[in-house]
Design a protein around this ligand. Structure first.
Ligand SMILES: N[C@@H](CCC(=O)N[C@@H](CS)C(=O)NCC(=O)O)C(=O)O
Length: 217
């Protein structure tokens, strides 16, 4: 049985690598740098399906969408409920962040990148769109900051790392690294980013994959 992670540089794939490390699973990495900011065609073909990353291959079957992959790995391999509680309330409080990582935080962040890339010389339109998007991003980051302040430990769900941190970490790291921060500073968020980043499992994931958010092509 082989687990293979198709890893596109500077991408959400770090979430999956980090989770695999946390769960102590053996896995192979098929790595590709970006070309002109996107995934090379031959790499997309290799990973089959929609050509989006992360792609996880396990026992010959392919899995897509980082949140779906996170839930798959929990269901199949986290028999100790290390990263996702069994208790129904806590489980769905944690899964909230798995969904929000893509469905809220990246949903509002990615359009800022597209405006920068594609809005050309239309400076007034660009400014108006980014101002509009910033309102949502400001609200999202404020909410996360508040949740972290309410937490009884240094992570989102208390004193133990969970799949909520693993999914949300990339979203927030991406927003701040790309300057999508609504012009504000977020000291609590930044402390949480540092706490996550200093975990041995995260460092192993970075070392094994060569992940570098600055290498976005
Ligand atoms: N919602 C998807 C997003 C997947 C996605 O868009 N991945 C980007 C990298 S972060 C990608 O594959 N881009 C390559 C391309 O479109 O060429 C997930 O969470 O996995």
């Amino acid at each position: 049985m082989t687990i293979r992670l198709y890893f596109l540089q500077a991408s959400r794939c770090i979430r999956t690598a980090w989770q695999l490390e946390e769960l102590g699973l053996e896995y192979e990495v098929e790595f590709s740098p970006r070309e002109n900011k996107v995934a090379p065609q031959d790499f997309k073909k290799k990973a089959g399906g929609p050509g989006k990353f992360p792609t996880l291959e396990d026992n010959g079957a392919f899995y897509y969408e980082s949140g779906n992959i996170a839930e798959y790995l929990e269901a199949k391999y986290d028999s100790q409920n290390k990263l996702l509680a069994q208790d129904i309330e806590r489980r769905f409080q944690t899964l909230r962040w798995v969904h929000a990582a893509e469905g809220l935080y990246m949903l509002h962040g990615i359009p800022v990148i597209y405006v920068r890339w594609f809005a050309g010389e239309h400076e007034d339109a660009k400014k108006a769109m980014i101002q509009g998007l910033n309102k949502n991003i400001n609200a999202n980051l404020t909410q996360l900051d508040e949740e972290l302040n309410k937490s009884t430990g240094k992570f989102l769900m208390g004193d133990k790392l969970s799949i909520a941190d693993i999914m949300m970490h990339f979203s927030v790291q991406f927003l701040l690294a790309r300057g999508i921060n609504a012009g504000k500073e977020w000291p609590r968020l930044e402390r949480w980013l540092k706490d996550c980043g200093s975990m041995e499992s995260y460092k192993r994931a970075v070392e094994k994959t060569g992940y570098d958010l600055d290498q976005s092509g």
